[in-house]
Ligand binder design. Sequence first.
Ligand SMILES: CCCCCCCCCCCCCCCC(=O)SCCNC(=O)CCNC(=O)[C@H](O)C(C)(C)COP(=O)(O)OP(=O)(O)OC[C@H]1O[C@@H](n2cnc3c(N)ncnc32)[C@H](O)[C@@H]1OP(=O)(O)O
Length: 161
Amino acid sequence: MHYIECFGCGDVDGGLHMTSTVGEEHLVRSRFEVTRAHQGAPGLAHGGLLACAFDEALGSAAGNLLRRPAVTGKLETDFLRPVPVGSTLYIVTKLDGVAGRKIYVSANGRLDAEDGPLAVRARALFVEVTFEHFTSHGSADALEKFSQTAGRSREDWDINP
Ligand SMILES: CCCCCCCCCCCCCCCC(=O)SCCNC(=O)CCNC(=O)[C@H](O)C(C)(C)COP(=O)(O)OP(=O)(O)OC[C@H]1O[C@@H](n2cnc3c(N)ncnc32)[C@H](O)[C@@H]1OP(=O)(O)O
């Protein structure tokens, strides 16, 4: 979790409640459990919410792998199979490259198992920003809110392992 009020990973009523873990080979694994609250057509996940889940997974990978603050500039999704309510999407994200402030990431989402059928593919461009992006465009106390949630100081965020 990067922020307790984040719709993707935070503790928000109706949020996606996603978890992400950095694993082997610098892959980030995220899970999204699809509930009735995420429906578009009866019994099926809404495409916009699936895009949101991938924004979260891709953003978490960019942030956690590079330890730099970044925001989504562009997000593309391919919806390959319907995603039913009650299923879990297993999303694996990889870092494809970095060019200056531009961070390229891509992800595959499989149904109900890491080796399940491929349901959604996504690619995104994240753009590195300064911390002032969040304080000037969002909330003046954004940095305090981030560090309260994650137990990190601003200096921790500047580390690039
Ligand atoms: C640190 C420790 C972390 C710890 C762990 C953190 C975990 C963390 C988990 C987070 C998980 C959150 C997941 C949800 C993430 C969101 O929801 S972010 C919210 C949605 N996105 C936004 O609100 C962004 C809004 N847009 C903007 O603020 C600005 O347009 C941007 C993206 C900052 C870019 O503006 P800018 O700073 O003026 O930069 P600009 O010079 O225009 O662009 C820089 C480069 O990017 C390119 N570019 C920019 N936009 C685009 C685009 N749409 N298409 C193509 N190229 C583009 C430009 O062409 C330029 O390329 P070069 O000239 O360098 O070759």
